[in-house]
Design a protein around this ligand. Structure first.
Ligand SMILES: [Zn+2]
Ligand SMILES: [Zn+2]
Length: 417
């Protein structure tokens, strides 16, 4: 989680298939975050297609900013309001009561606790089985530090965003993953535990060597004989490629059904990797309560093989369409890209390629030089899937889940599969 100490309680895995326990709990999802109809329709098509047309890229960038702004706004609310927000996702502390969130009175359901609505601590919970005051849902929270409180609120906002994303996603596999993560966050908020993903997906990194390492090995292996300027260009080409990959929206497995380049085995491997990518790379980009990993650092040859053909076509197209936007001194990146992609493709197909051998190491002098350059040179002009150059140091410039235009809306009373 960003900022503040971690919520230090023991972590507990949540089984996404387990429909009972804490989830019976999600009785009241008072979700404040909603996507405007227009945005939601564009996002669902976007989630299932690999790339994002330029017009939507700004939307994705600004949706991340909107999420941050909303969080900041909530962090700045008066404490009573923050506690009211928390109460809606916190278990009633009354002995024997199983209510897991304070429920707003009917007449106030349209009001937003993130703006001017602040129920009294004595206000009764409208869950029929509870009826205890709001106070009893937060009595265990009044002593927590400000940063822990903000962290919990951040997780709540992530959870609400995830819920809205889940509504918009059309692909069933993707929807299931969103539901799993939603429940995980819901449970984390309820128990004040750090979100930890455990289970059959395994832990990142999933392959060795990772794509970043192999791609930088390729630069040495193929281009070390070039003069320093040319070598520098190829290094930047490689980094541009990695950046593109790290912002790439992978196609859902169902969208790739019938893809002649995928064998049956490839398809099932792809499905696993796609799920891993959603859980560890993609969703955490807009839900920072979840730990985010960089695609190129946790995946290796297997993933790249299954996406390379389509992805490299997209990248080539992007290079052509963005050519004129590139500064003069960076144009060589564009012109060298097809050559680089061809070399990488050849090494992906070769079973004995040294760059995918985990023991392969370019000489130290080369690695040191690369690192030095990496520090000296500003990040290369990006042809990310997000289009616009990412501000230096920014973690990520795009997400697949745009549009969190605030429209107060009560979402499902209870979330079920
Ligand atoms: Zn209650
Ligand atoms: Zn109660």
């Amino acid at each position: 989680m960003s900022g503040g100490p971690a919520i230090t309680l023991k972590s507990q895995p949540i089984d996404g298939n387990n429909g009972n326990s804490g989830n019976a709990a999600a009785q009241q999802q008072q979700t404040a975050n909603n996507a405007a109809a227009a945005a939601s329709s564009s996002s669902s098509s976007q989630a299932s297609s690999g790339t994002v047309p330029p017009a939507q890229e700004g939307t994705r960038q600004s949706s991340l900013q909107r999420i941050q702004l909303r969080k900041q706004k909530v962090f700045n609310l008066p404490e009573a309001q923050k506690l009211a927000k928390l109460s809606m996702y916190s278990a009633c502390q009354f002995e024997g009561c199983r209510c897991t969130g304070w429920k707003t009175p009917q007449e106030n359901r349209h009001r937003d606790v993130e703006s001017s609505y602040c129920p009294e601590p004595t206000e009764e919970c409208r869950n029929a089985s509870c009826r205890h005051p709001l106070r009893s849902h937060i009595s265990h929270l009044t002593e927590i530090s400000r940063s822990s409180m903000d962290e919990l609120l951040g997780a709540i906002i992530d959870m609400e965003n995830l819920f809205m994303s889940m509504q918009r996603v059309e692909d069933e596999d993707t929807k299931k993953v969103y539901l799993y993560l939603f429940r995980l966050l819901r449970q984390c908020v309820l128990t004040r535990q750090q979100a930890v993903i455990r289970g059959p997906l395994g832990d990142p990194p999933f392959e060795s060597p990772c794509i970043t390492k192999a791609v930088l090995s390729l630069v040495f292996y193929k281009y070390n004989h070039l003069n320093p300027t040319e070598l520098q260009t190829m290094t930047e080409v490689a980094k541009t490629f990695l950046n593109f990959l790290n912002h790439y929206n992978f196609e859902s497995p169902s969208a790739r059904r019938g893809d002649p380049t995928l064998t049956h085995e490839d398809a099932s491997t792809y499905k696993i990797n796609y799920t891993r990518w959603l859980v560890f790379c993609h969703v955490p980009a807009f839900c920072n309560s979840l730990r985010q990993f960089e695609t190129s650092l946790v995946f290796g040859r297997t993933l790249l093989r299954t996406v390379f053909q389509y992805m490299s076509q997209q990248l080539k197209k992007k290079c052509i369409s963005e050519r004129d936007r590139f500064p003069e001194d960076k144009r060589s990146i564009i012109t060298q890209m097809p050559k680089f992609l061809e070399a990488l493709r050849a090494e992906l197909l070769k079973d004995d390629s040294p760059i995918w051998d985990s023991t392969y190491r370019p000489p130290n002098s080369f690695v040191v030089q690369q690192r030095k350059r990496h520090q000296e040179v500003a990040p290369p002009a990006t042809i990310s899937s997000a289009g616009a150059a990412a501000p230096s140091g920014s973690k990520r410039s795009s997400v697949g889940e745009p549009a969190h235009k605030r429209v107060k809306k009560e979402v499902a009373e209870r979330v079920t599969t």
